[in-house]
Design a protein around this ligand. Sequence first.
Ligand code: SAH
Length: 349
Amino acid sequence: MKSLIDKLEREQILSREEFISLIENHNPELAGYLFERALAVRHRHYGHDVYIRGLIEFTNYCKNDCFYCGLRASNRNAQRYRLSQEQIMDCCREGYRLGFRTFVLQGGEDPWYNTDRIEDLVRTIKSEFSDCAVTLSVGEHPREVYQRWYDAGADRYLLRHETATAKHYSMLHPANLSLENRLRCLWDLKEIGYQVGCGIMVGSPGQTTENIADDLLFMAKFQPDMVGIGPFIPQHDTPFRDKTAGTLELTVFLLGIIRLMLPQVLLPSTTALGTIHPTGREQGILAGANVCMPNLSPTEVREKYALYDNKICTGDEAAQSLNSLKKRMESIGYRVVESRGDRAGRMIQ
Ligand code: SAH
């Protein structure tokens, strides 16, 4: 199995069968070797720097009904909120003071936040913070809409593909959502010129090793700038409330594989990873991740953005979460840096 890791480092790709056997045979010893190689690659491109993104969860209204997500439209127990543009600007100002140079605007697919309002929001943020990157993560839209937001100044877009297998996609989503449209969105975003992030939940209901291998092959073909992966965690008000969560071990193992396959990719150690284990985010960094996304949303709304249960940091002030993150990173030999944190090797227009 170690020879497969060497091959992956050398060729940055494996066959479907090789990915399957690598994943199926993962164990602590093999993981130790994988992380050693993944860190060597990470240090070559990014040193010991950890990039931070200020996450602003600006609306939890959503017209979609994804089976795994606590924001789903038919969740009557969700307490819905939507931040005003002024509230979002205040989050950015606070974030800027703290050293953030990327703001991630994430939300459900909220019809009130339509094309015009998001366009105006992006323009307003970019005019006050011209040295910052703006990342959007607001789901599936027509190409023309993505183009308008890009022209308004948005730099990046996060849209996890969730799974590259149509049959598995239909186990996670209602019939009006399709893998085909999700992938159309990703290719449109890339063609327009965004830095694009795709990704999956690890251990989502029905996921097989074959599915994960196909997700990796999709990533190799798509060549994303970012890859967001975190464990699936059940949410008590969804149809998946009784499903098993994904594991820390498999998530970090996949982080290591992705670092070797896409050496310069921006790879977050996610909040979900920090939620399933007290040192999950540190372990993600030590597997090859190089990004963290602390929450900049106002504390009053944090708990309401309940994608999954027991989410961490819902009680902290932004400054508090950042300080604790800095200490955690220092404790494992890494440092949080104040920078836009674009992907290494990418030309910025
Ligand atoms: N509406 C946006 C943002 C979705 S939330 C979009 O469609 O992209 C961001 C990510 O959270 C999702 O892509 C999904 O992968 C993840 N997520 C949602 N519910 C989750 C759960 N129960 N456990 C773990 N991750 C979850």
